[in-house]
Design a protein around this ligand. Sequence first.
Ligand SMILES: NC(=O)c1ccc[n+]([C@@H]2O[C@H](COP(=O)([O-])OP(=O)(O)OC[C@H]3O[C@@H](n4cnc5c(N)ncnc54)[C@H](O)[C@@H]3O)[C@@H](O)[C@H]2O)c1
Length: 258
Amino acid sequence: MVSSAFSINTGGMGERLKDCTAIITGGARGQGAAEARRFVEEGAFVVIADVLDSEGRTLAEELGHSATFHHLDVTDEENWSAIVSGLVDQGRSIDILVNNAGILLFDRLTRSSREDFERIMEVNCTGVFLGMQAVADEMKKQQSGSIVNISSVAGLQGVGFQFSYSVSKWAVRGMTKSAAHELARHNIRVNSVHPGLIETAMLDQFPENLQPRVESVVPMGRSAEAAEVAELVLWLASQESSYCTGSEFVVDGGLSVG
Ligand SMILES: NC(=O)c1ccc[n+]([C@@H]2O[C@H](COP(=O)([O-])OP(=O)(O)OC[C@H]3O[C@@H](n4cnc5c(N)ncnc54)[C@H](O)[C@@H]3O)[C@@H](O)[C@H]2O)c1
């Protein structure tokens, strides 16, 4: 696979998320961790929320006072309530939610089990629903908020060998639009991000026979670093995208152009 020979010069510390509190699900590693690092660089306080306690705590320690780790299984409503009430008790606003946690499965319609289908939907889809529901009341009280839901290029097109995953990511795209419609009058924006091939543990899950031939399937000829997705998520989380809601934002090196 051709990986990214790319380095981002973010310019270091900034104030694009000054005084903002962000919850990032699946924040312990991969894209979520890249977003946590970037958000902290721009002045945010970040709640790294994940089932990976050890990795999450290590990252929070690295980021110092600007981050904390909270155990969260996105499918667990009590976990969600604990995070939200904890932030409210600390007198913090909830300005940004990045619903980034996700799991991948390789299956086909005709060779998938109900259990596998429901597990993917539970994490990738119900988890996003519960997350948006958990923060919506606080964001309504504040009359502001930005929710970024991480879908995939699999939420823009059909993927035969990722049947359940693709269904779940289309659902994220649909939920994003419905939630954006409902919450816009409260000044809460909701957008979806559609990454292509990003160099994280998830990409390592591809079995040998399904390894994407990056040079031929991606017009830009390479996969991306998690940091490249983080730049887009940062922009959507910040006020720089103040008039964007209910939209799809693709970061895939051209993979989905056909
Ligand atoms: N890597 C890619 O090529 C790619 C492409 C398109 C979309 N995505 C999406 O990007 C998002 C981030 O994935 P990644 O690439 O960083 O992979 P990753 O596997 O490194 O990260 C996924 C994170 O989600 C967490 N997670 C899984 N189940 C959870 C649960 N029930 N509750 C809380 N956290 C949970 C994991 O512990 C992990 O930290 C996912 O939604 C994924 O579907 C990834």
